[in-house]
Write a protein that binds this ligand. Sequence first.
Ligand SMILES: NC(=O)C1=CN([C@@H]2O[C@H](COP(=O)(O)OP(=O)(O)OC[C@H]3O[C@@H](n4cnc5c(N)ncnc54)[C@H](OP(=O)(O)O)[C@@H]3O)[C@@H](O)[C@H]2O)C=CC1
Ligand SMILES: O=C(O)C1=N[C@H](C(=O)O)C[C@H](O)C1
Length: 255
Amino acid sequence: MRPVGFLDVIKVGVLGAYGKLGSAIVSGLEQSDRVEVVARIGSADPLQALVDVGAEVVVDVTDPDAVMGNLEFCIRHGIHTVVGTTGFDDDRLATLRGWLDDAPEIGVLVAPNFSIGAILMMRFAAQAAAFFESVEIVELHHPTKADAPSGTARRTAELVAAARRDAGLGPVPDATTTQLDGARGAVVDGIHVHGLRIRGLVAHQEVVLGAPGETLTIRHDSLDRTGFVPGVLAGVEAVGSNPGLTVGLENFLDL
Ligand SMILES: NC(=O)C1=CN([C@@H]2O[C@H](COP(=O)(O)OP(=O)(O)OC[C@H]3O[C@@H](n4cnc5c(N)ncnc54)[C@H](OP(=O)(O)O)[C@@H]3O)[C@@H](O)[C@H]2O)C=CC1
Ligand SMILES: O=C(O)C1=N[C@H](C(=O)O)C[C@H](O)C1
């Protein structure tokens, strides 16, 4: 298979093209002369249309229940895929790696967040984590979101937990002995994650760190879904020349 990118205009199919993120991505990609949107697929449309129009890269922004079936189809049909859909855990990533072992020339990017600001927020949180005894994550989203905690919050927790391990930090301090279910949030890799669903919001996250005598709060706000488009474009341009599974758009950025 020929790698896509560089001189060619990349033929892109968008799965979930009529959703909130998908429609912003279609509009954004249509402004670029580096890609051509050749397929806009909604939940009622056959995936075979991607093959019929020769899509080289697919962007999946559908639903946690739909994404694995879509990925299996794309990998089996030799289509590189940029995945914005969330709800990924270790089991799903292991399944994906298994499929890719049988298609070593195909690239899949799983990007919990396409926004450059959110990627930097995660990076800064991981950098700060080594210096603070306490850390918790609060993610705030629109109330039509299907999954909790958000993919971004999960990923941040994993990055923070890894940084704490590297720094030799133990568990975060917490004297709670009695609680209502959920009162202390979900726990991802030892890090407490709290989710709010509020009408009017888009996507927001705070990482709150604390040490004796000081706290540090790192906050990112997505105010409009146009903020995700440059990251999607960067993923589309890079995925074809990066076979195998990549988790996190930061791997394709010169940060
Ligand atoms: N990585 C990132 O930066 C971001 C990721 N996201 C993630 O993207 C996903 C979509 O979010 P959002 O746009 O807000 O959600 P929406 O519900 O607005 O859109 C999802 C769309 O996917 C469609 N869909 C569902 N199943 C399929 C399928 N099998 N094939 C094709 N289309 C399908 C739905 O169609 P129908 O309504 O007919 O079911 C709907 O139009 C979520 O997982 C979200 O977490 C969101 C923002 C940023
Ligand atoms: O559903 C959303 O809206 C978003 N989903 C992603 C996530 O789960 O992290 C990215 C961003 O937070 C918006």
